[in-house]
Design a binder for this molecule. Structure first.
Ligand SMILES: *Cc1c(COP(=O)(O)O)cnc(C)c1O
Length: 384
């Protein structure tokens, strides 16, 4: 099907999913095979070995490309596998400018793995994109951004960052995990690469770990596909099938995540035990105007800072929910609560973490798609 001619929900359901030519099966089969038989050497049906290419994964890749309005997508065995492939576009001596409020795993990979290969990373407050200019030099090859940021929900102006990247002929890449393609499409704003932890909203059911990259550039796609196959962080067909199934309801889930997110944020902001609520939908959010410009809605990710600073009481609250579950991850149908300082962001040193606002009395909520009445009464009883 022509990926560009339909609206989002139709693409979520149909893009990449052709009826199986041999049986007519409407669902893409799970091609659970490692290899493909050849008639004679080199003569095959387009598939030789499943690390390189698998039909189930290919269907999913077409689907994700369509959702991001991109020409090409590659799926990886995790979000980190996808980021790893992007950094492998670089060479020793190259420099990267990135945000100071990154997913903990990205920060860990940049500082503990790729720093050892001679790549330098600058962690910059990007809430004002102009700050980036101070860190760009002739060695800069990549600007890596995440927006909304995790967990303090800062908004970075993608268009403004892309403009700076283009002026300096630097690759711009956006980790679009928190927004999902339903809320934000960085390629439309000029970004070169979009990355997803498919584990989160795209998969949506907390049953798969996967990553993806999307690009419109033939040149970047060729390099990334080479790394994909050479380094081998490719996902299996069963996981690809599960994600395709999950994506069919992405638009429906996102509508509910946004609706519930707004209700939860509005409830919490006036709660006497809460000091601060981070959510880009509030007009008082410092970059609300940019969020409004580049996102379709504000999503279901919310962080709260408690008035009570004690870590014991923060832990007590985190473990007293009945509908929200205490767990890492986000973007699934079920509501989760997470303590970033000791869970998702534990790999960031305390001083760095607190500079970015990730204090010990901060909790992050991934608001799921349950009934809002039950979520609000759960918050009320836990805070009470
Ligand atoms: C989870 C996450 C990742 C890493 O993805 P995995 O699928 O867990 O490897 C990267 N970026 C963000 C923003 C994430 O939330």
């Amino acid at each position: 099907m022509d990926n560009t001619s339909y609206k989002f929900g139709t693409k979520a359901i149909h893009a990449g999913a052709e009826p199986d030519p041999t049986t007519g099966a409407i669902m893409t089969p799970i091609f659970q095979t490692s290899t493909f038989v050849q008639e004679y050497p080199g003569k095959h049906k387009g598939y030789a070995y499943a690390r390189g290419k698998n039909p189930t994964r290919e269907a999913l890749q077409k689907n994700i490309a369509a959702l991001e309005n991109g020409k090409f997508a590659l799926c990886f065995s995790s979000g980190m596998g996808a980021i790893d492939a992007v950094i492998k576009l670089l060479r020793p001596g190259d420099e990267v400018v990135t945000g100071d409020d990154l997913y903990g795993g990205s920060y860990r990979m940049f500082t503990k793995v790729f720093a050892n290969y001679g790549i330098t990373f600058h962690f910059v407050d990007m809430s004002n994109a102009e700050n980036i200019r101070n860190f760009i030099n002739s060695k800069t090859k990549l600007i890596w951004i995440e927006t909304p940021t995790n967990p303090t929900m800062q908004i970075i102006d993608i268009e403004a960052v892309v403009k700076i990247a283009r002026e300096h002929k630097v690759i711009s890449a956006v980790d679009n995990t928190f927004a999902s393609p339903y809320l934000q499409n960085p390629l439309d704003l000029g970004a070169d690469i979009v990355m997803h932890s498919v584990t989160k909203y795209l998969g949506g059911h907390s049953d798969v770990v996967m990553g993806a990259l999307v690009t419109n550039s033939d040149n970047l796609y060729e390099q990334l596909a080479f790394i994909h196959n050479s380094c081998g962080a490719t996902p299996g067909p069963m996981d690809s099938f599960l994600v395709m199934r999950g994506i069919k309801t992405l638009h429906l889930r996102m509508e509910r995540h946004c609706f519930n997110g707004r209700k939860v944020a509005e409830y919490l902001v006036s709660h006497p035990k809460i000091e601060k609520v981070y959510w880009p939908g509030f007009p008082s959010h410092p970059n609300h105007a940019i969020a409004k410009k580049q996102m379709r809605d504000f999503g279901g990710m919310i962080s709260i800072v408690l008035k009570d600073k004690s870590v014991e009481n923060t832990f007590k609250l985190a473990s007293s929910f009945k509908v929200f579950s205490l767990a890492e991850s986000l973007g699934g149908v079920e509501s989760l609560v997470n303590h970033p300082a000791t869970m998702t962001h534990a790999s960031i040193p305390k001083a760095e973490r607190e500079k970015a606002g990730v204090v010990d009395n901060l909790l992050r909520l991934s608001v799921g798609v349950e009934d809002i009445e039950d979520l609000l009464s759960d918050l009320k009883q836990a805070l009470g």
